[in-house]
Design a protein around this ligand. Structure first.
Ligand code: GDP
Ligand code: ZN
Length: 309
């Protein structure tokens, strides 16, 4: 039975990319979206088995078990229900600009934390490198490489670093995020001209008119792989992250876990804190530590009445 990847989802059917073409598939009633059930067991990114009909359409027969990464949000109207907006997501490509707009380390680290929390690999893509002095950002890229992240410098206008970026995207499901104006669309278009246009074609083919603003789709890449196209994904929140979990989303703190004087050290004010000691000794980048403190402050204080997961 052929398998495909769900690239678009409607109420009663989806479009699956299967062997290089887009197949519309009806799905059984149990997978339809009802008003009462705001979540359903299928999302874009799911790998599905489908039976091809003589008409060229398909019928969904099964969904393969999901791998780790996902993009989720709270289901509308029910704040404790998690809605998976994209499944089987491999990586979050965090795009920042060397200039125009100025580099925002806080946002970069917040997105890196989102990736860790959502079980996605983080890729740091420093774009607009044409606006920087040669070598100006090597130190910054090295900070993220030391943490285990892939970090690249690109220029969408000069075409620099695009082969590396293509290589990183090949055969993966990737989400692009970053502040407005950093060059996300420019990078995607430089790698694959007309990528955005293709989405329009898909929705025209379904006859369903315009995308609703909350619709998520996957854009197939010519060289293999997909990019998640979702309006507003750059704002995706640190869903359900608690203060004491934050340190586990910082690889450099994770590796020092248990080394502080207090077992429940928050690494913000306690004496004999191994994290603060590492910042002073040069083992932890001070800007990363500052990001940790800012994000920590922004997370809600734990509610003792709430059951622990
Ligand atoms: P998005 O909001 O992240 O999708 O950003 P856009 O792709 O719309 O780009 C915002 C602006 O930055 C546009 O005017 C682009 O032409 C410009 N831009 C994008 N990439 C580069 C780059 O590598 N270098 C320079 N100098 N400008 C770029
Ligand atoms: Zn500590």
């Amino acid at each position: 039975m052929p398998t495909g990847v769900v690239i678009r989802l409607d109420t009663a059917s989806c479009i699956a990319r299967c062997e290089g073409r887009d197949v519309r598939c009806a799905f059984p009633g149990k997978w339809r979206l009802s008003r009462r059930h705001q979540t359903r067991p299928i999302a874009v990114g799911d790998r599905v088995q489908l039976a091809l009909q003589p008409t060229g359409e398909g019928v969904l027969e099964g969904i393969e078990p999901r791998r780790g990464g996902k993009l989720s949000r709270k289901a509308a109207g029910n704040r404790d229900v998690e809605q998976v907006v994209a499944a089987n997501v491999d990586q979050l490509v965090i795009v920042a600009a060397a200039a125009k707009p100025p580099l925002n380390r806080g946002l970069l680290d917040r997105l890196a934390v989102s990736a860790e929390h959502g079980d996605l690999d983080a890729v740091v893509c420093l774009n607009k490198i044409d606006l920087a002095q040669p070598g100006e950002f090597e130190g910054l890229l090295a900070v993220y490489r030391r943490l285990g992240y892939t970090a690249l410098a690109t220029s969408a206008v000069r075409g620099e670093g695009l082969d590396e970026l293509r290589h990183v995207l090949t055969d993966k499901i990737s989400v692009f995020s970053g502040a407005s104006g950093v060059g996300k669309s420019a990078l995607l278009n430089a790698m694959q001209p007309g990528l955005k246009l293709r989405v329009g074609e898909v929705s025209a083919a379904t006859g369903k008119g315009r995308h609703t603003t909350s619709a998520v789709s996957l854009l197939p890449l010519d060289f293999g792989g997909f990019v998640v196209d979702t309006p507003g994904v750059r704002e995706f929140a640190l869903y359900d992250l608690e203060r004491d979990e934050l340190q586990h989303c910082f690889p450099e703190m994770r590796e020092r876990f248990g080394q502080c004087r207090f077992a429940d050290c928050s690494h913000t004010h306690e004496p004999d804190c191994a994290v603060v000691a590492a910042v002073h000794a040069g083992g932890i980048d001070p800007a990363r530590y500052e990001s940790y403190c800012r994000i920590y402050e922004s997370l809600p204080v734990p509610d003792p009445a709430r059951p622990r997961r």
